[in-house]
Ligand binder design. Structure first.
Ligand code: ACO
Length: 212
């Protein structure tokens, strides 16, 4: 997907991911009718610029899935999400960025794998709800892994906030390296920040080593 596909991808994500990703539901990201989340749109657009995002389309060119990824280099990794967190003016999206920042810090991927210099990070996966359970997310993850190989990026990483995205990558052989139960991620008053509907109970980080 090139930058010229951005509008189409964002339009799709507003219709699905912004409304139905488990944490977006929890914080009521689009509770105001007709609203959007400029901060999440920016997060998506910045990923698309890296040129490693994919769209799934039907033979008659209907867009049915989107997978947005970015390339993270070791030298740029420190505090990249931290900066976005500081700047985030949307209190709902900030809760999500805060969780992702916590996960990144706890995982500390470049510390954990000291020889690693670059990671392809899958950030957003979304499938049209009329096409779910047919393997489209698995195909998008698999193609992303192939893209990493073509680009000689030695690892793909994904933080799965949904039970179903976690099932998909586990099926493909991705390895879980970190789990944070939503019930353990607390706000200042000791209450869970997110209480998604079952079966979504945790954010789970998976990696796949890509032989280059
Ligand atoms: N009930 C039970 N199992 C399901 C369901 C469901 N509703 N949906 C998918 N699955 C299972 C599949 O059976 C499959 O498991 P299997 O290999 O053991 O059979 C696995 O989940 C993946 O299935 P796919 O068909 O490849 O996934 P799909 O194309 O349906 O897309 C996705 C999954 C992207 C999570 C979709 O449900 C979605 O768009 N959800 C809302 C947005 C979201 O939560 N995105 C992921 C957040 S994490 C991130 O973005 C990095």
């Amino acid at each position: 997907m090139g930058a010229n596909h951005s509008d189409r991808a964002i339009h799709f994500l507003r219709k699905f991911f912004f409304k139905d990703e488990p944490l977006n539901i929890c914080v009521g990201l689009l509770d105001e009718p007709g609203s959007t989340c400029a901060e999440l749109e920016r997060y998506c657009l910045e990923s698309i610029q890296d040129g490693v995002s994919l769209m799934a389309v039907t033979p008659d060119d209907q867009l049915v899935g989107v997978c947005l990824s970015g390339i993270v280099k070791k030298e740029d990794a420190e505090d990249s999400k931290g900066d976005s967190l500081e700047e985030c003016a949307n209190p709902k999206f900030k809760k999500i960025l805060n969780l992702l920042t916590t996960v990144s810090k706890e995982c500390d991927i470049f510390q954990r794998y000291p020889h690693l210099d670059t990671v392809l990070e899958i950030r957003v996966v979304s499938v049209d709800n009329a096409y779910r359970g047919q393997g489209i997310a698995k195909a998008l993850f698999d193609q992303t892994k192939k893209l990493a190989k073509e680009l000689s990026v030695p690892m793909v990483r994904v933080d799965c906030t949904s039970h179903y995205s976690a099932m998909a990558v586990a099926r493909l052989g991705f390895q879980p390296i970190y789990t944070l139960q939503y019930s353990h991620h607390l706000d200042n008053s000791g209450q869970p920040v997110f209480q998604p509907e079952p079966p979504h109970s945790c954010v789970k980080t998976f990696i796949m080593h890509v032989p280059t």
